[in-house]
Design a protein around this ligand. Structure first.
Ligand code: ZN
Length: 55
């Protein structure tokens, strides 16, 4: 699972070192600090950005 900010490019992805819970916490912290809404996504950010540009 990726969490990705479409406004500034901030991103985090869950891995062996980072649990879903920790990633969620980081996403919330990013929102609190910047006011940016962070999307939760199953695709890697470059793929998501391509989809975003097509709209
Ligand atoms: Zn952001």
């Amino acid at each position: 699972m990726y969490k990705y900010c479409l406004e500034c490019g901030w991103q985090v992805s869950t891995s062996d070192d980072l649990t879903e819970r920790e990633a969620s916490k980081m996403a919330i912290e990013h929102f609190v600090e910047t006011g940016h809404a962070v999307e939760s996504l199953r695709l890697p950010p470059p793929v998501v950005l391509e989809e975003y540009r097509r709209r």
